[in-house]
Design a protein around this ligand. Structure first.
Ligand SMILES: [Zn+2]
Length: 394
C-alpha cells in the first residue's frame, strides 16, 4: 500500500563517506519508520498516511499567539512574523481569526513608523520583511479597522525611497537589494532537485537535509512556475512571454523581472511529486504528542514558523492553480488602465482541488487554498485590494 520509493533507502548511493552523507543517512533512518506507518499508536488510512491532527495544531497556534516564554526575547524583531505565521496557519486549518482584529490592529499600530512601513516592534527600523508580515496579518483578520492601520501615504513614500535605479528595492534604508533576473529553466531544474526520496520533502540547498518549511519555500514556487509556463506557451511569440511570471511575482508592470521561458513546454503535469510531499508532511512533520503543531522533521520541536510553512506547502500540493492571463492583463500594458475599484488580478487566479495522480490523503484533511502570490486566502486578498481600490487617492 506504500510504494517502495518511500519505504527504502535510495538504491544508488555515493560511496564517499562525509559528514554530509552521514547526516543524510541518519535523517533517512529517522524518517523511514514514520513513512512506513510503523507507529501502533497512530491511525493510518488505506495509503499508510495518518490524518491531519487539526484540533491539536489549532490549540498549539492559539497558544503561540499568547504570551511566549522569556527565551523568545531573542526573536523580538520577528514579532510581526509570529503574528502572520500563527494567523495564516489557523486560517488554513479553517479557523475564524477575526476575533484577533482589535488586538492585532493595536499591536500593528505600535510597530508602524511615521516615516512609513513597519518595524519588528516599537521604535525599530522599518523593514520590507516585517512590513510584508504585518500587512499580510492585517489582511488575514480583515475589516476596516485592520486595513485603516496602514498609513498608506507614508508607506508609499517609504517604498519609493527604497526603489533603486535598476527597478529593484532595498529591504530597508541602506540595506541589501534583491535579485531581479529569473532564469526559469534553471530554476525548474534546481527546484526539482530539492525533492528527496524516500523522505518526499524538499531541502533548501544542495547537500542540505529535508525540512518541512521548504514545503512552502520550494513547493510554493510551482504554481507560479506553472502559470509562467502556461502563459509563455499561450503567447508563443515571445514579446509577451515573460509577463505571466512577472505578474505572478507580484510585479504587474513587468518592469523589474526578466524571464527566460522560450524553450519550455506548458506544464501539463505536476513538476514534482505531490504524493511524496504530502506523505512527508502528514507522516513526518506533525507533532503527534499533545503539544501539536508542525515541525522541520522527526526529532525537532514544532513551532509557529514551521506550522505555517508546512501547511502552506500542504495547501499548495493539494490544489491546482491557474492564472488566466487575459483576465490579469488583457491588453498587456500591466493593468495600468484599470479603474479604481476594479479588481486587478486576484480574480484571474482560479483554484481547484488537485486531481493529478493518486490522492493519498482523506478529503477531511484538505486545508484551505492560499493565493500563490500572497500566501493568504484569495478572499482576503480580494477584500483588502477591493477596499483600497474603491478609495480615491490615499
Ligand atoms: Zn525549516
Amino acid at each position: 500500500m506504500i510504494p517502495d520509493l518511500f519505504t527504502q533507502a535510495p538504491p544508488v548511493r555515493d560511496t564517499l563517506v562525509t559528514k554530509t552523507s552521514k547526516d543524510q543517512d541518519e535523517t533517512v533512518g529517522v524518517c523511514l519508520p514514520f513513512l512506513g506507518g510503523e507507529d501502533e499508536a497512530v491511525e493510518y488510512n488505506e495509503h499508510g498516511v495518518p490524518g491531519l491532527d487539526r484540533a491539536r495544531h489549532i490549540k498549539f497556534l492559539h497558544q503561540s499567539l499568547g504570551r511566549l516564554p522569556g527565551r523568545f526575547v531573542a526573536a523580538d524583531a520577528s514579532r510581526p512574523w509570529f503574528l502572520y505565521w500563527c494567523l495564516s496557519a489557523l486560517t488554513m486549518l479553517g479557523e475564524d481569526v477575526t476575533s484577533y482584529r482589535e488586538s492585532l490592529a493595536e499591536t500593528a499600530r505600535s510597530m508602524q513608523n511615521d516615516t512609513g512601513g513597519f518595524g519588528g516592534g516599537g521604535r525599530q527600523l522599518s523593514h520590507m520583511a516585517t512590513t510584508y508580515a504585518v500587512v499580510l496579518a492585517l489582511a488575514l483578520v480583515g475589516g476596516e479597522d485592520a486595513y485603516e492601520v496602514v498609513d498608506r501615504k507614508a508607506m508609499w513614500r517609504w517604498l519609493c525611497s527604497l526603489k533603486q535605479p535598476d527597478g529593484g528595492f532595498q529591504v530597508c534604508l541602506g540595506g541589501e537589494e534583491d535579485i531581479s533576473y529569473l532564469d526559469v529553466p534553471r530554476l525548474i531544474a534546481w527546484l526539482s532537485s530539492r525533492q528527496y526520496a524516500p523522505e518526499g520533502g524538499f531541502s533548501g540547498r544542495t547537500n542540505k537535509l529535508v525540512d518541512g518549511c521548504y514545503s512552502h519555500w520550494v513547493g510554493g514556487c510551482f504554481p507560479l512556475i506553472e502559470a509562467c509556463l502556461n502563459s509563455s506557451s499561450s503567447s508563443s511569440n515571445d514579446s509577451s512571454g515573460g509577463r505571466g511570471a512577472a505578474a505572478a511575482a507580484g510585479d504587474p508592470a513587468g518592469a523589474t523581472s526578466t524571464t527566460t521561458t522560450s524553450t519550455l513546454p506548458p506544464a501539463e503535469e505536476s513538476l514534482y511529486s505531490r504524493e511524496g510531499l504530502i506523505r512527508y508532511i502528514l507522516c513526518c512533520c506533525q507533532d503527534q504528542t499533545k503539544r501539536g503543531g508542525l515541525r522541520d522533521k522527526p526529532g525537532k520541536m514544532s513551532d509557529a514558523y514551521h506550522s505555517c510553512y508546512v501547511l502552506s506547502g500542504l495547501s499548495s500540493a493539494q490544489h491546482q492553480w491557474e492564472l488566466d492571463d487575459a483576465d490579469a492583463d488583457a491588453d498587456g500594458n500591466g493593468g495600468e488602465d484599470k479603474q479604481p475599484g476594479e479588481d486587478s488580478d486576484s480574480s484571474a487566479w482560479a483554484v481547484l482541488p488537485c486531481l493529478d495522480g493518486l490522492q493519498v490523503f482523506d478529503n477531511k484533511d484538505r486545508v484551505r487554498p492560499i493565493h500563490p502570490v500572497y500566501a493568504i486566502p484569495q478572499q482576503c486578498v480580494k477584500a483588502m485590494k477591493g477596499y483600497f481600490e474603491a478609495k480615491q487617492g490615499f
